[in-house]
Write a protein that binds this ligand. Sequence first.
Ligand code: SF4
Length: 223
Amino acid sequence: MKSRDLIEIYERLLKHLGKQYWWPAETEFEVIIGAILTQAAAWKNVEIAIENLKAEKILNPAGIKNTRQNQLKKLIKSAGYYNAKSRKLKEFVNFLYKNYGGDLNLLLNQPKNKLRKDLLSIWGIGPETADSIVLYAAHKPSFVVDAYTKRIFSRLGVIDNGIDYESLKKFFENNLPENLGIYKEFHALIVELGKKNCRTKPVCGGCPFGYSCRFNFKDERAL
Ligand code: SF4
């Protein structure tokens, strides 16, 4: 694939779906908490958890640090996997206090690669969550890929379905200009298409790729 083809896909999605204005959050810390809680959870259930944390006035590093894990579990229950996720929130703020004195700006102002490495060293933060934090909380260009990205682009015939996270991320970064706005918007558009049309059982009517999509001409099992 040529770089301009990927840009064409981006522009077609943008024209069809419009700007998504991600990430929906009032603060950088809220982005981080949302990125952790949204793992394997529908966003509407994450929103309930975030509202609960806001209502308790603990949606800040000190608030999470000073709240008992059992209390956190109750507040974030709607987001699922609350045992693991409450621990992940604790692990994140513990790391922040231990290494950056609780100062989120100090952490987020690290050079991109150092920040990503730091985040990946925290229990419960994998590549997708780390890249979401680098891109949407630190505002540094690190492309986020996910299951929707793999599904859509393999169905389009652009990548192999078995591609791993880092190779898929590199594919986008090597073929796009290193532009923060495009990185932020492209990932959001991919998620929107995945939710709206390119589901497990795709709804191809109304998809902007329609007949140019390889999936329409082949059995999915062959992709
Ligand atoms: S045409 Fe269908 S399979 Fe192809 S990207 Fe659109 S929704 Fe997915």
